[in-house]
Each structure stands twice: as structure tokens, then as C-alpha cells.
Design a protein around this ligand. Structure first.
Ligand code: MG
Ligand code: ZN
Length: 359
């Protein structure tokens, strides 16, 4: 072979391997973390079976498992589990953004915000509920909805969309946090129509007084629509963004031992996952992580009719269980989410992916 040919081949090899390694090893600019509350193996399998088309979740190739126990219980609640995912600290059941000694601990959202990234929360429950609260607030009880609402004012979060408007405007302390948020530069939206009219800047989208309804009771495409809109707003920050999306009511279907409820919420959540993947494919610098905080219901699928797509399931509880949970990852750094580790590892791996330090 002539020297020039060898040179070209070497050059080609370098460029080729170089471009591959920037795809897999480089750091993501953005992270989208999607949490299916109570979304264990049977729950997403039920969604896969009931759905006519493959779920977006089936596109993930990097999959791991997390252990979900809290600091004081084998079976966690969403407060402690959310705190573990958000802050990397195991705490007691019911605590929000605090360690077992009730010291406040900072979440990946706070850290991203401090590093100049834009941040967002999109949920199909009240924004004050345990899972989103773990990313925003520091309170000794998940039930302190008004205190958690107040923490939104000081969180630095740019966009938050969900229910729970009552906790912002009909409060025991008489404060109107919607007015205070508006003074702090937030656009206030109280319906999805109003939310979808916003295209930039800070946004408090409180689209229900309490929790938004379940999917089958006319929630519509609130979760996937809000996810797509928030991505578009946060992506206007060149430094990047962190977004947490929660399919909150998969858990409620589990508590009710109701397969139809789970399937509806699962497929709706998967559409939000689809919005994240669609953006990440185009963007190339976005890490998408999908996980669950715990199992709800101890569901097992023991029958399926492919004609009617009807699922027969059994249950072990109306509460949570201690089953390990799945983690799906896609994008730069996704391979680091393979394996079996504690739920706090999700925070550690996100922090490492961003290249930020804890303090
Ligand atoms: Mg939740
Ligand atoms: Zn639950």
C-alpha cells in the first residue's frame, strides 16, 4: 500500500473512532429525568402489553436496577425515595430534601441551577406532592404542602407545571404565592391552554387546584404536552438544563390495584418519555433517564388475551413493596447507568455526568 493510502486510512480511522467516542463518552449538556412513581416491572409490562405500538421505553439499550430502601425502612415512601434520587442521600420515610437528622440537602436541580443551567419540573400531580417536592423543598414531612409551595419561591426553578394551585393561593399564612411568583418574574398559568401559550422565560403552570385528574377523566395530553413545551423553553439556555418529569399516578393505580388505571397512566407517561427521546435524538447532548421510585401493589401479570389485550393481574398489597426498580438510560453517559446499585446512585451518576460537585 502507498504511504498516502495508509495515511488516509489512518486519518479516517482517527476521525471515525474520534466521532464515536464523542457520542458515548462525552458529557451531556442536558439531563431529563423521568420518574414513573410506583412503576415497577409489571407496570411497564402491562403498558407494553396493552399498547398497540411498542412503548418508547422499549428503545432504551442501557438498563440497570436500583435498591430502594430508605434510611429507616425496607419499604420506602415517595418522600424518602424522591430525596434519594434527587439528592443522593438516604433519609427517613416522609422526609423531603432532608437527611435523617433533618439537615437540608441540595438536589441535582438546585446544583444545576447554581451552575447556571435552566431547570424544570413537570408532574401529573400537585407540584407540592412528595416526588417533585424532593427536588425543590426541605421539609420534615411530605404533608407540609404549604411550606413546600413556599420553597418553590426560593428554589431557583425556572419552569414548573402540575397541580396544587390551592397551596399557593389559599394558605393559612394568608400569603398569595402566585402574586409573589409573578413579582419574582414568573408567568402564571392556570390552565393547559395558558401554559401552551408560553414560549420562553419563567413559568409557574398550576393547572389544577389540587391534583390534576387521572388520564381517563380528561387530563388529556397534559403530561407529554407540558414536557415538550418545557424542553423547548429550557433549551433556550446554552449552558443546558435539568428537567424532572413525573408520571405520578401510576402509583395511584397501584394503590387501587387497578390494571386499567395503571395502563392508562403508564402509556401517558411513556408519551412524555417519547417527547424527551425525540428531543434527545435531535440534540445529541441530552441524557435521558427513566426510573421508578418504588413498586406499588406488588403486581404480577398471570394472564393476557392478545385479542382483547386484557391483562389479568394479582397483587400482594395496596401499599408499596421493597422490590428493586428499573433504570433506563439513553444518550451520552447512558452506559454508566447499567448494573445494580442504590437509588442514591442515580443522583451520583447524574452529578458525574454533568461534571458538577456537590458543594
Ligand atoms: Mg410521586
Ligand atoms: Zn404510593
Amino acid at each position: 500500500m502507498k504511504r498516502s493510502g495508509l495515511f488516509l486510512m489512518t486519518l479516517f480511522f482517527l476521525i471515525f473512532t474520534g466521532s464515536c467516542s464523542t457520542g458515548e463518552d462525552s458529557k451531556p449538556r442536558n439531563i431529563i429525568l423521568l420518574i414513573g412513581d410506583g412503576m415497577s416491572f409489571a407496570h411497564f409490562q402491562a403498558g407494553m402489553l396493552a399498547s398497540e405500538n411498542p412503548l418508547n421505553l422499549e428503545q432504551f439499550r442501557h438498563i440497570g436496577f436500583i435498591k430502594t430502601s430508605s434510611a429507616n425502612r425496607f419499604v420506602t415512601d415517595s418522600g424518602a425515595a424522591g430525596t434519594a434520587l434527587a439528592t443522593g442521600v438516604k433519609t427517613n420515610n416522609g422526609y423531603i430534601g432532608m437527611d435523617p437528622d433533618q439537615n437540608p440537602v441540595r438536589s441535582i436541580l438546585h446544583i444545576a441551577s447554581d451552575n447556571g443551567l435552566s431547570t424544570g419540573i413537570v408532574v401529573s400531580c400537585a407540584v407540592t406532592h412528595a416526588t417533585p417536592a424532593a427536588f425543590i423543598a426541605h421539609q420534615p414531612s411530605r404533608n407540609m404542602a404549604e411550606a413546600i409551595a413556599l420553597d418553590y419561591l426560593y428554589s431557583g426553578v425556572d419552569v414548573f407545571i402540575g397541580g396544587g394551585r390551592n397551596h399557593f393561593e389559599n394558605r393559612d399564612d394568608g400569603r398569595n404565592l402566585l402574586d409573589e411568583l409573578a413579582s419574582a418574574g414568573y408567568q402564571i398559568a392556570s390552565s393547559m391552554d395558558e401554559v401552551m401559550g408560553v414560549s420562553s422565560g419563567r413559568l409557574a403552570g398550576l393547572v389544577a387546584e389540587g391534583h390534576p385528574p387521572r388520564y381517563s377523566e380528561n387530563r388529556g395530553n397534559m403530561l407529554p404536552d407540558a414536557t415538550g413545551l418545557t424542553i423547548n423553553i429550557l433549551n433556550q439556555n446554552r449552558k443546558g438544563f435539568f428537567l424532572m418529569v413525573e408520571g405520578a399516578q401510576i402509583d395511584w393505580g397501584g394503590h387501587a390495584n387497578d390494571v386499567d388505571y395503571i395502563v392508562d397512566e403508564m402509556i401517558d407517561f411513556d408519551r412524555a418519555v417519547g417527547k424527551a427521546l425525540e428531543f434527545a435524538r435531535k440534540d445529541g447532548e441530552t441524557l435521558v433517564i427513566v426510573t421508578s421510585d418504588h413498586d406499588t401493589g406488588g403486581m404480577a401479570i398471570h394472564g393476557f388475551d392478545p385479542e382483547t389485550r386484557e391483562i389479568t393481574a394479582g397483587w400482594t398489597t395496596g401499599g408499596h413493596t421493597g422490590l428493586i426498580q428499573p433504570v433506563f438510560a439513553w444518550g451520552p453517559g447512558a452506559e454508566n447507568f447499567n448494573g445494580i446499585y442504590e437509588n442514591t446512585g442515580v443522583f451520583d451518576k447524574m452529578l458525574e455526568a454533568f461534571g458538577f460537585s456537590k458543594n
